[in-house]
Write a protein that binds this ligand. Structure first.
Ligand code: COA
Length: 387
């Protein structure tokens, strides 16, 4: 199959604990995306808008997509909010591809945004928690760290693996984040620090968790045939895939595999006509270190239990044979929920144009982006190639 759409511009704010409110974050990322278009672009060329967010930090919960139209000045065209918890951004990207593929728009703007740090801790826990199963799991007091802690315990026991494999994910992603000026944490951490940190939900410690973050990312997605009107180096989107599963993990046959990720990857790779062996690097949803191991396996890059070995061998480092999360991942770059999937597309935009600076993966030609909602209830996968 040929190209389905093209990213012709991308912008990003710093991720972290920020003073800026949601409207300012949204404006900053969007302006940067517009300014990054090599041959320029006018707001009136945008035919559809998508805002991916779970709730704008409690500032504006309903009809929030209208704020995107207002803040970008692109008032008048269809604007929608896509909300699939932490997978909102990946699903927004998919919606933009569908929009330009169908001819509904020639150019679509996707902005992912979250403002999390101004919520007090109990409210934030509630606010995040309602993206999981609220009938049983939340009622029993399970947070996302709690659910992933259970999954991690099971994985370690099933495969006879130690916490060192989880720690290695954190060490690598912190090292990658140290080379990303937009990352929340730009510092390397030692394995002993990770292993000795306070436990959050056994066996997961502080460094096994993504942080709570503010931030925004934006991408401009054009019809593939129009890409070169905007730039000589577009990043093409060749495949998209998505899947879902029971919201409650207790309803699933297995704790340590996310069927939604597998389905999304199979569909995306099939529609792109790409073999896994051709992929240069992965951007995966490492909301907790265990999630990176599951992702590598669910996406079909390792057999069950093998991702731990690959990680310990260094295969997922930037100079390894399967680099994973060169931007620091959710772990070090941060995880402003609705922004994460769009931020992955921003990384693909840099890497596949050879513009990722000190974290550039030499010869990067094909990227697989993987975004998960909650503990595997929704998943979106995108395949991108360099022009
Ligand atoms: N990794 C590394 N360091 C972290 C961190 C993380 N995930 N979270 C916080 N820190 C650091 C802070 O920078 C701060 O460092 P400092 O003292 O040098 O300034 C210190 O730890 C304390 O920060 P604080 O914000 O008080 O931590 P906390 O105990 O309130 O929260 C977690 C820590 C792990 C509980 C919180 O980040 C969390 O809930 N993460 C998961 C979010 C989530 O569930 N997202 C959805 C995923 S599906």
């Amino acid at each position: 199959m040929g190209h389905r759409a093209a990213i012709v511009g991308a912008g990003h704010t710093r991720f972290g604990v920020l003073d800026a409110g949601p409207r300012e974050l949204l404006r900053t990322a969007t302006r940067a995306a517009f300014e990054s278009v090599d041959r320029g672009v006018e707001g009136r060329e945008v035919g559809e808008l998508f805002l991916t967010t779970i709730g704008f930090g409690g500032w504006q919960i309903g009809n929030v997509a209208a704020v995107l139209a207002e803040e970008t000045g692109v008032v008048g065209v269809p604007t929608s909010r896509i909300e699939n918890a932490c997978a909102s951004g990946g699903f927004g990207l998919r919606a933009a591809v569908r929009s330009v593929e169908s001819g509904a728009a020639d150019l679509a703007l996707v902005v992912g945004l979250e403002k999390m740090t101004d919520l007090a801790s109990p409210r934030r826990r509630y606010w995040l928690g309602v993206s999981g199963d609220t009938e049983w799991e939340r009622a029993a007091g399970l947070t996302f760290a709690g659910v992933y802690g259970l999954i991690a315990s099971r994985y370690l026991a099933e495969h006879g693996v130690g916490r060192e494999a989880l720690a290695e994910v954190a060490v690598k992603n912190h090292a990658n984040g140290a080379r990303n000026p937009n990352a929340q944490f730009q510092k390397v951490v030692a394995r002993e620090t990770v292993l000795g940190a306070p436990r959050v939900a056994d066996p997961l410690g502080l460094y096994d968790c993504c942080p709570v973050s503010d931030g925004a990312a934006a991408v401009l997605v054009a019809r593939a045939e129009l890409a070169r009107k905007y730039t000589d180096s577009p990043v093409y989107i060749d495949g998209v895939g998505a899947g879902s599963d029971h919201l409650a993990v207790q309803e699933r046959p297995e704790l340590t595999r996310f069927a939604a990720s597998r389905r999304a990857a199979d569909e995306a790779l099939r529609s792109a006509g790409v073999d896994r062996s051709a992929i240069s690097f992965l951007e995966v949803h490492d909301c907790f270190t265990i999630a990176e191991l599951l992702a590598i396996e669910d996406l079909g890059f390792a057999a069950p239990g093998e991702a731990a070995r690959l990680t310990l061998e260094g295969a997922t480092r930037p100079d390894g044979r399967l680099p994973v999360n060169p931007d620091g991942g959710l772990k070090a770059k941060g995880h402003p929920i609705g922004a994460t999937g769009v931020s992955q597309a921003y990384e693909a935009f840099l890497q596949l144009r050879g513009a990722a600076g000190p974290r550039q993966i030499p010869g990067a030609a094909l990227a697989l982006l993987h975004n998960v909602g909650g503990a595997g209830a929704t998943a979106a996968v995108t395949i991108c190639s360099g022009g």
